[in-house]
Each structure stands twice: as C-alpha cells, then as structure tokens.
Write a protein that binds this ligand. Structure first.
Ligand SMILES: [Zn+2]
Length: 307
C-alpha cells in the first residue's frame, strides 16, 4: 500500500483524546445480569457497545464511572497537515487517512442502500481509558463503536496487540479494523443495530454474529473501492496503491480474530454457544464477499442460511 503524501486530510473526522484516567481497576466481569449498582449498569452499557472482538479480551472494563478525565491529546490539525512532512509516519495521521477514505466511500455507497445522506462521524483515539456515551471504557475492550454517541473509539496500541498476540502484523489490518467499526456506524444509521439488539446475543446463528459478519463484509466493500477515495479537496486520491498483499493482511486480521481462534488461543475449548462475532472462516469469507462483490447490498447476513 502506498499512501498519497500530497493528500489533504480532513482532521475533523478524528480526535486525539490522549490519556484517560479512572477507567481501569473496576474489574467487573461482563456477564453480570441485573444485580443492581454498577453491575446492572455494565449490563446495559455492554448491550449497546459493538466491539471488534469477542470473548478474548473480556469486556471487563465498561463502567458508568464519571470520575476521571482525559488529558494530553494532540491537535491533529497541526500534526496531520501537509506542512508536516513526517505526518504519515505517525499512526494517528495514517489512521485519520483511513477514516477519511472509509467515510468518503460511504458517502457514495450509502445512498445505494436506499437511504439518504450518510452521516459522517468521528473516531476518537485514546490511551488507557475513555469516557463515552456508552459509559467508561478501558483499552482492554479493544476498538469499538458506541451507538449512543455514534463514535468510533480506538487505543492505537491495539494494533501492537493484534500483531503480537493475534499474529496479524500487516499495516493493512489497521484500515480493516476501522472499516469494520464504521460498518457498525452504517448499521446504526440503518437501524440494523437496534433490530439485532433484540435478537440472540451469542450462538453460531445469533443476531450478534450476523451483525459482526456484516460489518466485516462492509469492510471488504470499502477495501474494493479504497483506491477511488478522495481527500478533503476531492482532488487527490488518499491511496496511491493497494496491493493484493495488503488485502491479504486484512483477511489475515479478520481470520485471526474469529471466535473459535480466540477461544482456542485462550486455552479453552471451542464453544459455539458463546460465539458473538463468527468463526475465523466466516469472518474471512464475509470480508471476501464484500471485497469480491464491492457492493454492500450483497452483505445480507440477516437474510441467508449460509452464514
Ligand atoms: Zn464489531
């Protein structure tokens, strides 16, 4: 992949929140049904959060804490401007470029789904912990989309984890992760999210698995069209090139974070009843479906028996 060093990035599409505090140390397990107090709140919070990963990380750090705060974010407008010749060496600017590309794609593709205008939203980079419309989260939850405030959240150190713990080392894993989260944003705008929230939240044919595989398929559809995406001025492409090797890196990442692989890696046996995101084979296949067809209309994971 080659990024276009002349591209003007739309810095309004991402924020660097810096380091949050007060998020960790709660240690609440996720499956606390009801129970009152903070446990009850966690249940609600998790129900509306759509993360990239299944049980591997344990969503153990969403609380309703309003303590703590953010500090030390960087102004991306300066950091990622064309005046800074080193900007594309910075992961924040590269990820901003990916976000710009993904949303430029959806501005065109969303109306094809029969809806009016796509609503642009921001990605928040954070470190350690962050306050969101879905409650407070720490990095342990992995990247996620919060439907309540319609924003994507990611601690960029997650990519190190993806490389070291999951073996997905390629740079193109990064735009795949973001495109998956923006897939959830599209689902939220379409109402797919809310509908799926009423279905089963785990199991091989659950609404949760269908939602996640569709987000992977949407990521593939973006990847197919990524080199067509334009910068803020509409004049410059954001990517100069994307190779087959890049696409394979996205596929490797999708495969690495299948429910079955995560369960195996964490030393347990594979338990389909606890699937929330789909198997490695399914995640890979649905990404490919989106990539091969290049059309989000072919991502109908809710209308098929062939999950
Ligand atoms: Zn997801």
């Amino acid at each position: 992949m080659e990024l276009n060093e002349r591209a003007e990035l739309d810095t309004s599409q991402a924020n660097d929140l810096g380091r949050g505090s007060g998020g960790s140390g709660g240690g609440f397990g996720i499956p606390i049904p009801g129970g009152g107090g903070r446990g009850g709140i966690i249940g609600i919070v998790v129900a509306v959060l759509v993360a990239l990963l299944g049980g591997g990380f344990g969503l153990n750090a969403m609380t309703n804490g309003d303590e703590g705060g953010q500090a030390g974010g960087t102004d991306l407008e300066q950091l990622c401007s064309t005046a800074n010749p080193e900007r594309l060496d910075d992961a924040r600017c590269r990820n901003l470029l990916y976000v710009n590309s993904i949303q430029d794609y959806w501005k065109k593709a969303y109306p094809e789904l029969g809806r009016s205008d796509y609503e642009v939203t921001t990605t928040n980079f954070f470190q350690a912990a962050v306050n969101t419309g879905c409650g407070q989260a720490d990095s342990g939850v992995g990247p996620f989309y919060c439907p309540a405030d319609r924003k994507v959240y990611i601690d960029l150190s997650f990519y190190d984890e993806l490389a070291s713990r999951f073996g997905a080392k390629g740079e193109f894993a990064q735009p795949y992760v973001l495109a998956h989260e923006y897939g959830h944003h599209v689902q939220n705008l379409l109402g797919t999210n809310a509908k799926a929230g009423q279905g089963d939240q785990s199991g091989p044919r659950s609404a949760s698995v269908r939602l996640e595989l569709q987000a992977d398929c949407y990521a593939g559809a973006w990847a197919r069209h990524a080199t067509e995406s334009k910068d803020k001025t509409g004049q410059q492409p954001l990517f100069k090139s994307i190779t087959e090797a890049d696409i394979n890196q996205a596929i490797d990442a999708a495969e690495a974070i299948g429910d079955d692989s995560i369960q195996e890696r964490s030393g347990g046996r594979v338990n389909p009843d606890q699937f929330t995101h789909g198997t490695s084979e399914q995640r890979k296949r649905w990404f490919n479906q989106g990539y091969d067809r290049g059309d989000p209309k072919t991502c109908d994971t809710f209308g098929t028996d062939q999950l």
